[in-house]
Write a protein of this length. Structure first.
Length: 203
């Protein structure tokens, strides 16, 4: 429900995993295959020689320093900036506001109900249930509309559809108190303690 770039995260994790796998495979080959070790020594020596020549060719006039270090530093700054921007996108979309409407009474003002009200009310109603291993409630902002995500982890043997109906009843009671309909995603997950398929229900 949030705007976390899930596809980008998966692509980056896949690339990182492939890179680590390649490095690990290379280290194993270097330690076990003499021909690969010989190739590595010759390649690394040639690469180091080419890098040294590149730095020698890019020195400032009359100085031993190379301007390539400035380029490297700028590239690293760009990478750091991209990493900060990527981190800032994680978990985006969360909201702490459930209702925000103008009061039609004689005194002008707004009526605001925080998302914590719904979260705490539903968590309290779900707490202590023997058929649940865990439950969490989160408020999100979906295109300017507050919405709730209820994530449930039931115990083994609990019927997901019956659990979803009971939680939907709790949501109906909450909406009656708040005075407005709220989009809700009921996510029923499965873990090592539950061992059955997950189900989702959107109201």
């Amino acid at each position: 429900m949030n705007s976390t770039p899930t596809l980008l995260n998966r692509v980056l994790l896949t690339l990182l995993g492939l890179k680590l796998l390649a490095v690990g495979a290379l280290l194993v080959l270097l330690a076990t295959v003499p021909a690969v070790a010989d190739w590595w020594h010759s390649w690394s020596a040639a690469a180091w020689s080419a890098a040294s020549q590149a730095f020698d060719a890019t020195r400032f006039p009359g100085r031993p320093e190379s301007w390539l270090w400035i380029v490297v530093a700028l590239v690293l700054l760009v990478v750091v900036g991209l990493m900060v921007a990527w981190i800032a996108q994680q978990g985006k979309g969360r909201s702490n506001l459930l209702v925000a409407e103008e009061d039609p009474g004689d005194v002008p003002g707004d009526v605001r109900i925080g998302g914590g009200v719904a979260e705490q009310a539903l968590k309290q109603a779900l707490a202590g249930r023997p058929d649940l291993a865990s439950a969490s409630v989160t408020t999100y902002d979906i295109k300017g509309t507050p919405a709730l995500k209820i994530r449930l982890l039931p115990r083994q043997g609990v019927a997901p559809h019956l659990l979803a109906e009971e939680v939907a009843g709790l949501v109906d009671a909450l909406e009656a108190v708040v005075g407005r309909k709220t989009p809700v995603l009921i996510h029923i997950g499965a873990g090592a303690r539950t061992r059955f398929g997950r189900a989702e229900r959107v109201r």
